[in-house]
Design a protein around this ligand. Structure first.
Ligand SMILES: NC(=O)c1ccc[n+]([C@@H]2O[C@H](COP(=O)([O-])OP(=O)(O)OC[C@H]3O[C@@H](n4cnc5c(N)ncnc54)[C@H](O)[C@@H]3O)[C@@H](O)[C@H]2O)c1
Length: 286
């Protein structure tokens, strides 16, 4: 039996939001197993920085500043990528984000913006990229970066969570529609992961020196809420994405892989101050 094959040698991947956080980690993980990378991030300096890191790993990179909320720009980026590399194999729909506000305090302009960023962008990128992947006749992979919030209620994040839920179902439907082309479509669903976004570094270059540092009480709450006992690290999403893009997952299609340290499984169970697993209301008695 041949050994497991995680290589993506000579494959070309477009990664939206690839300039920072989970997207950058996926870009670097793909490059480390042989892929060439198109970085479609809204911040040009971030595109350049990830591109330099990809090249340092010995792979080709295209820095393609793109606002994924603008469908024309997505189409132009896919066209540019296909022209530059002559092939396309993988699409990672990763760019996304949200504000925290009760739905009734959210203006229509604001929730429409969230839908454009988190849902319409995926439709447009998939619509533009899939014909290019089909042309290669080699099959391919699409990976949608959803969220644990796509499967549970998310007060303060209603529009975002609805988009992520939509992303999960779109993943399943596309898995069926694209199966005949051997394009597999899967999603990852992270929980709280340390990234520029969750550390307050929105816009401009990624600069860890400016990141918000959680205090001890916040770290303790994270450790008790997430079964793994800590926040996620972006490279853990990179590893999961390599699995879903490579032959390692040749028979995995339409699936959602939680990359959440066990939070989805915990479904309301948390550790109390003594480390005992309790349901949330019982923590008050601990
Ligand atoms: N970090 C988490 O805790 C977490 C948890 C669950 C899901 N997610 C999801 O993972 C994905 C990445 O999150 P992250 O935490 O790495 O985010 P991040 O904010 O750290 O990085 C996102 C990247 O996308 C880029 N970007 C933002 N708007 C864009 C746009 N309109 N067009 C193109 N690029 C744009 C940013 O410049 C940035 O480089 C998102 O879809 C997010 O919803 C993150």
């Amino acid at each position: 039996m041949p050994p497991p094959d995680m290589s993506l040698t000579e494959q070309v991947a477009i990664i939206t939001g690839g300039g920072g956080g989970i997207g950058r980690a996926i870009a670097l993980a793909f490059a480390s197993v042989g892929a060439d990378i198109v970085i479609a991030d809204i911040v040009p300096e971030r595109c350049e920085e990830t591109a330099a890191r990809v090249r340092a790993l010995g792979r080709r990179a295209l820095s393609a500043p793109t606002d994924v909320a603008d469908t024309d720009k997505i189409r132009a980026t896919v066209e540019r990528a296909a022209k530059e590399f002559g092939r396309l194999d993988i699409l990672v729909n990763n760019a996304g984000g949200t504000n925290q506000r009760p739905f009734l305090d959210q203006s229509e302009k604001s929730w429409r913006k969230l839908i454009d960023l988190n849902l319409v962008s995926m439709f447009a990128a998939t619509h533009a990229a899939v014909p290019e992947i089909i042309k290669g006749k080699r099959g391919g992979a699409i990976i949608n970066v959803a969220s644990i919030e796509g499967s549970r209620a998310a007060p303060g994040y209603a529009a975002y969570a609805a988009c992520k839920a939509g992303m999960l179902n779109f993943t399943r439907t596309m898995a069926l529609e694209l199966a005949e082309h051997r394009i597999r479509v899967n999603a990852i669903a992270p929980d709280y992961t340390i990234t520029p976004g969750t550390r307050g570094n929105i816009g401009g270059p990624v600069d860890e020196s400016k990141w918000f540092k959680p205090n001890a009480a916040q770290d303790d709450a994270t450790a008790r809420r997430i079964p793994a006992g800590r926040a996620g690290i972006d490279s853990e999403c990179g590893d999961a994405a390599v699995f879903l893009a490579s032959n390692m997952s040749a028979y995995v299609n339409g699936a959602t892989l939680p990359v959440d340290g066990g939070t989805w499984a915990s479904s309301g169970w948390v550790r109390n101050q003594t480390g005992k697993w309790v349901l949330v209301e019982e923590t008050l008695k601990a």
